[in-house]
Design a protein around this ligand. Structure first.
Ligand code: TRP
Length: 541
């Protein structure tokens, strides 16, 4: 059963929360996924779409999640449970509709989709909004399973850098001296099941250990010290990158929007990336928000977390693309981009092995604080809702995710697509859905971050806007943020915020009302349009 509020651990103040939430948001999403996906989708224009998604969807939904969490002091499932009205006709209708659709699909022998419709429909019918929390828990399992594989790669690269260091650079000259041999090294490493699985398991053990020990002692302390260091190192990398000959081409690629490069899927992927990078859409921020005290300013905290996260992503892009072009790599080469590129950059500079070592250690830490937040969501669910003890919940969830992740770890082959060891699974998925594109790794990554997260975010915004109600949400946000939500936007822009003439009792266009309009209409609509566009129902292109 749910923990009473008094027993719940809390962060040690506003800064503690911002740092922990930023620690969740900043991770492989910014430094690994953002650059490689941007590279695949043509650069500048994609970055622009990403930024628009952050502004239009990310900031409003961030505020929704954090205030939901603090108000209910629960995990995502508990939070929806507490605020959901006892019966919802809308949910019944929607659920019934999905079940009917599922039956139709059965007739057409579209087994996989039929199953999904029937299952989801039943869940919606039965649990109504609580289902959104449940979806988040499922997304947490899926995301961490592949996230941890990449986290494992970073651990493996720490070891590579140590090897360079101990051989006095000889090993580095041999394998990382140019992009081609570094690329070969990367492929050799990731296709080795032992290497990927062992590193993945080490990463999972690191995350499980911290979640086992409890939120504050573990998560906060790590984030506090190491995040600023990562920022400094990225700045150093940028300086190095832009001073390489040929770097200008990379800056142009990254910063000049060329919309002809955007594919049909690019918008969805940019949106999914925004959710992924900000840790939104599956209740991670609900869970973290539930450890926030009432006297803290949620509004500024949300802005700070989003700002820091975007800053880190952009800096990572600036550090990587100039160097990509300078060493003559293809920006489109996919998940290996950062792992292939950075060692060659480091090897080329004095004390490169040390710098490289430091960088990959920090990357492990960044990934670690994010992995922890993913595991924390699923653990908090079992602790709060199922009455498990924290150690039991952490170990069980960690174990299941580690097992699932092994499938992703072995699914990577030479060109990073394929199903090397998973032929049976591939046949099963092909039978159900007619195709099994990419690898198992790609599939989990695509389903969870491009579909589940935006869907979850859309439903969270709709829930706060229409069910819980903007007014109740604002009540919650008002605690600790003084009158921030009531500031008149026009007065603010005019620099007249505290002028008596602008504090009229009738508030029209306040910050709060702008937010309300976004979460009720604009953000959900934006997600919906991106979905429709991707499945080809809109501006087919
Ligand atoms: N945001 C993290 C990153 O950028 C990953 C992450 C942590 C995450 N928690 C999440 C992604 C919750 C989605 C949902 O690396």
């Amino acid at each position: 059963m749910s923990n009473p509020e008094q027993q719940r651990e809390h962060w040690s103040g506003n800064l503690g929360f911002v740092l922990a939430a930023a620690g969740s948001a900043i991770g492989l999403g910014n430094i690994w996924r953002f650059p490689y996906v941007t590279g695949e989708h043509g650069g500048g224009a994609f970055v622009l779409v990403f930024l628009v998604c952050v502004a239009v969807i990310g900031i409003p939904v961030m505020l929704c999640e954090i205030s939901l969490g603090r108000h209910t002091q629960r995990n995502p499932v508990g939070a929806f449970h507490k605020l959901t009205p006892s019966s919802s006709t809308f949910a019944h209708l929607l659920g019934a509709g999905m079940i009917v659709a599922g039956l139709f699909l059965l007739v057409f022998r579209d087994w996989g989709w039929a199953l999904i419709c029937l299952g989801l429909g039943t869940a919606v019918f039965r649990y109504s909004w609580r289902m959104v929390g449940g979806m988040g828990v499922v997304a947490g399992f899926l995301i961490l399973s592949f996230y941890s594989v990449v986290g494992g790669w970073t651990i493996g690269y720490v070891v590579e850098m140590l090897r360079v260091l101990f051989t006095g650079g000889a090993y580095g000259q041999e394998v990382f001296s140019d992009a081609a041999s570094s690329g070969e090294r990367f492929v050799n490493l990731v296709v080795s099941p032992v290497w990927s699985i062992v590193n993945h398991l080490v990463f999972m053990a690191l995350c499980t250990g911290i979640v086992y020990a409890g939120v504050r002692g573990g998560i906060e302390r790590a984030a506090r010290v190491l995040m600023p260091l990562l920022l400094i190192l990225l700045l150093a990398l940028i300086v190095r990158g832009v001073s390489l000959p040929g770097a200008v081409e990379g800056i142009r690629f990254f910063l000049t929007p060329d919309f002809s490069q955007l594919g049909t899927e690019s918008v969805l992927i940019a949106m999914g990336l925004a959710f992924f990078s900000l840790s939104l859409g599956m209740g991670a921020m609900i869970t973290y928000g539930s450890y926030v005290e009432r006297n803290q300013n949620l509004f500024t905290a949300s802005l700070a977390v989003v700002g820091l996260d975007v800053l880190l992503a952009l800096l990572a892009g600036l550090a990587i693309f100039p160097a990509v072009f300078a060493v003559g790599m293809e920006p489109t080469q996919g998940p290996g981009l950062v792992f292939v590129l950075l060692p060659t950059v480091f090897i080329g500079i004095p004390y490169g092995a040390l710098w490289g070592l430091l960088f990959f250690v920090l990357l492990v830490v960044a990934a670690w604080t994010s992995g922890i937040s993913l595991l924390e969501v699923v653990t908090a669910y079992f602790v709060d809702e199922r009455g498990w003890t924290r150690p039991r919940a952490a170990l069980t969830c960690g174990g299941i995710i580690a097992a699932l992740g092994i499938l992703s770890a072995v699914s990577v082959d030479a060109d990073l697509t394929g199903w090397s060891y998973l032929g049976r699974l591939q046949r099963l998925i092909t039978w159900c859905f007619g195709a099994a594109p990419g690898s198992f790794f790609d599939l989990v990554e695509n389903v969870s971050s491009n579909w589940l997260l935006p869907l979850g975010g859309m439903l969270i915004a709709l829930f706060v806007g229409w069910i819980w109600g903007t007014r109740q949400a604002l009540e919650e946000i008002r605690h600790g943020s003084r009158n921030f939500g009531d500031v008149h936007v026009v007065s603010l822009l005019a620099g007249l915020k505290d002028d008596p003439s602008h504090n009229s009792p009738v508030h029209v266009l306040t910050l709060a009302s702008v937010w309300g309009i976004f979460i009720r209409f604009i953000s959900p609509l934006a997600v919906l349009l991106a979905f429709l566009h991707t499945i080809g129902w809109l501006f087919a292109g």
